[in-house]
Design a binder for this molecule. Structure first.
Ligand SMILES: [Mn+2]
Length: 466
């Protein structure tokens, strides 16, 4: 009996030992589960991909709203609808980048972005081509989602049917909200860490997104734009546009492209270098999501379209960020001569309301030049609440005005912009006294208020292939 139990001790001890080992191994394994991001983009194999495309009946989608013989092809969209429909949704466009751009290597672990496209009564052919160009010419791991915001178009199906496409989501407004509030609605559900705003009649070019995301990853306070190529409104030809341009404006707050001066050009040793710009055109840009929210998003009280690009540009510069155009990123856009849709309060009235809000909130003593250019704006209403309680004013109070008197900030901005305004109603340049720059203490205080953003910036450099 004693011998039997002695014989059993060893196996029992062995089994116990193995159980203990197994227990530790299993629990340890549990602890080692990688803590990846909460939302993971499912990996789609090529087969699944084809299935997704097959679920979407492109011909049916397009044919339902096709141009009819005898109709004016410009009537609905202010571009040649017939020509747009003749062109394939997945057509190839010429690679308009400088050759040097093709040699650049971008950071390998760029975060996926949420692409937000707001539209109102867009032609189905151009809307679909915008999306297909994105899906065809963007690495899939960089697209978190494509959020379409249908700003109360006549036909809800324009948007709804597109959710069969990979990554595409559709939101619809119950009444017309305009670009600003539609974009904010898209941003509010975005899951990516960056927001990529696009227009609904674009075609992105090869490797358009990487250079933009790279710049934002290096410094989250950068707001970056591609060079906007031209999709001809009559022929839909894709035309390369000049890459050495930046955004400018006059005192009436009218946007215009301006050539870099010969001195500025001479200073650019590398043509792939980003160009700092006072103002962005507003249709296409990438911005860190937390930075967008920290700055107070857009001015919610701006209507329909126009002027919001000034407001967000002033906001970014004055809160310590920067705006730039990245020559190695190219996106084509159909430039039109007029808006095809209705402004409920009239086109001119809406533009004045929106720009007046910008002048009142951001331009301080410089607003007199705006009013000198647009005297009738003085009498115009500019929103239910006026500028003071708007998020932009509070952002400015909390950020741009921490350590310096508010009135200095616009001077710094205008000094940077070096606006050579031909308008006799205002100064050609900012006054000589306008040498204020944000001090490092100012920037630190400003950024300390956004703890989530602190330390996010890293220093990665774009390096050419050796
Ligand atoms: Mn447009």
């Amino acid at each position: 009996m004693r011998r039997l139990s002695r014989r059993l001790v060893l196996p029992i001890f062995g089994v116990l030992w193995i159980t203990v080992l197994l227990f530790f191994w299993v629990t340890k394994k549990k602890l080692e589960v990688p803590t990846g991001p909460e939302v993971q983009t499912p990996k789609i194999s090529d087969g699944d991909w084809d299935d997704l495309w097959d679920q979407f009946d492109e011909r049916r989608y397009l044919n339902a709203k096709k141009w009819r013989v005898g109709d004016d092809p410009y009537k609905l969209y202010a571009f040649n609808q017939r020509e747009s429909e003749r062109i394939a949704s997945n057509r190839v466009v010429p690679d308009t980048r400088l050759f040097r751009c093709t040699l650049l290597v971008y950071c390998a672990d760029l975060p996926p972005t949420s692409i937000i496209i707001a539209f109102h009564n867009e032609a189905r052919s151009t809307l679909l081509r915008t999306i297909r160009s994105i899906l065809n010419r963007t690495p899939m791991n960089l697209i978190q989602e494509i959020i379409l915001v249908d700003d109360f178009s006549n036909d809800p199906e324009d948007c709804k049917q597109l959710i069969k496409l990979p990554k595409v989501k559709c939101l619809r407004n119950n009444e017309r909200q305009g670009l600003v509030r539609s974009r904010i609605r898209g941003a509010d559900i975005a899951q990516g860490t960056t927001l990529t705003f696009l227009d609904s009649h674009c075609e992105v070019n090869r490797d358009w997104l990487q250079p933009l995301l790279h710049r934002v990853k290096e410094d989250y306070t950068r707001v970056v734009c591609p060079v906007i190529d031209i999709i001809h409104l009559d022929t839909f030809n894709y035309i390369e546009s000049a890459s050495e341009l930046r955004g400018g404006f006059d005192w009436s707050l009218h946007f215009q492209w301006e050539q870099l001066t010969p001195e500025q050009k001479a200073r650019r040793l590398d043509p792939t270098e980003p160009i700092r710009t006072p103002i962005i055109a507003g249709g296409l840009f990438v911005m860190d999501k937390s930075w967008f929210y920290y700055l107070g998003k857009y001015d919610m009280d701006m209507d329909i379209w126009g002027g919001e690009n000034f407001e967000i540009s002033f906001r970014v510069w004055m809160c310590g960020g920067s705006l730039e155009i990245v020559p190695c990123s190219r996106v084509g856009h159909v430039f039109r001569k007029k808006h095809p849709y209705i402004f409920p309060d009239g086109n001119a009235n809406t533009y004045i309301k929106n720009t007046k809000r910008t002048a009142e909130v951001w331009m301080d003593e410089y607003k007199q030049y705006y009013y000198a250019s647009r005297p009738f704006a003085l009498e115009r209403p500019f929103g239910k609440s006026g500028p003071s309680p708007t998020p932009s004013r509070s952002c400015r109070r909390s950020c741009a005005c921490q350590l310096s008197p508010c009135s200095l900030a616009p001077q710094w901005f205008l000094s940077f912009a070096r606006m050579e305004i031909k308008d006799s109603n205002g100064p050609r340049l900012a006054p000589a006294s306008s040498t204020w720059r944000p001090t490092s203490a100012w920037t630190q205080t400003c950024l300390a208020m956004a703890p989530r953003l602190a330390g996010k910036s890293s220093s990665i450099r774009v390096s050419p292939h050796s």
